[in-house]
Design a protein around this ligand. Structure first.
Ligand code: AP5
Length: 214
């Protein structure tokens, strides 16, 4: 299964991806996670991405496309993959189509998580991520054992781009540059829209039903 998760920042892509990866045994390719890892490691790519990410802007297409194309050529992607946070622009989607076509493949499933902007700001302000196991929590809707500690004992951190002004920039970027992808994939007949509100577990059931699995 070649699967793409699309949605505004904080729609729950990372949360749903964890369940999908487990159920479908797919490698998860999150461009946000890859860029954050590069930034943490201080690589030239990370240094290049840093300013864009802090401002809530997109990293240039050429940089991200190269990163994903390289990752898709790794052997674990031969049987399918889950893309989370890519593509985010029409040129990225076209580059992905071209890369897959080179291997006789095409995008088969695109799930769009739909969540209104007001809910996003509230969700992201309370997001905490475990530095040890990667588990994503939400202080109000999916609270960790303590505001600073994960169930695994790891320390929880708030993302640099989860400040209200940056969240609003990210939403603007989503509506301007990423939402045209919904029409792009609708025309290809592969888009499934899923309501992303309600408990994460309820959203999980809707996502799995949209994909025809339990
Ligand atoms: P990225 O890391 O991809 O961020 P994003 O798309 O803004 O998405 P998020 O990770 O913020 O949210 P999510 O949808 O995964 O939600 P989550 O499950 O965590 O990108 C970051 C930056 O990297 C970009 O701004 C850009 O600069 C750069 N970048 C990345 N990809 C790029 C690309 N392709 N091109 C160019 N630049 C790129 O959930 C959010 C919170 O809500 C959590 O606390 C969670 O617990 C909670 N939650 C989840 N579901 C629910 C629910 N149903 N109800 C209540 N709370 C919920």
């Amino acid at each position: 299964m070649d699967l793409i998760l699309i949605g505004p920042p904080g729609a729950g892509k990372g949360t749903q991806a964890r369940w999908l990866v487990e159920a479908q045994h797919l490698p998860q390719i999150s461009t946000g996670d890859m860029l954050r890892a590069a930034r943490k490691a201080g690589t030239p790519l990370g240094q290049q991405a840093d300013g864009y990410m802090n401002a809530g802007q997109l990293v240039p297409d050429a940089v991200v496309v190269g990163l994903v194309a390289e990752r898709l050529r790794e052997p674990d992607c031969a049987g399918g993959f889950l893309l989370d946070g890519f593509p985010r622009t029409i040129p990225q989607a076209e580059a992905l189509d071209a890369e897959l076509a080179r291997h006789g493949r095409k995008v088969e499933h695109v799930v769009a998580l739909e969540v209104p902007d007001q809910a996003i700001v509230r969700r992201l302000s309370g997001r905490r991520t475990c530095g040890a196991c990667g588990r994503i929590w939400q202080l109000e809707f999916d609270p960790p054992p303590s505001p600073v500690t994960c169930a695994c004992g790891g320390a929880l951190a708030q993302r640099d781009d989860d400040k209200e002004a940056t969240i609003r920039n990210r939403l603007e970027v989503y509506h301007g540059q990423t939402s045209p992808l919904l029409e792009y994939y609708e025309r290809k007949g592969v888009l499934r829209r899923v309501a992303g509100e309600g408990k994460p577990e309820e959203v999980r059931r809707r996502v799995f039903a949209a994909l025809g699995s339990k």
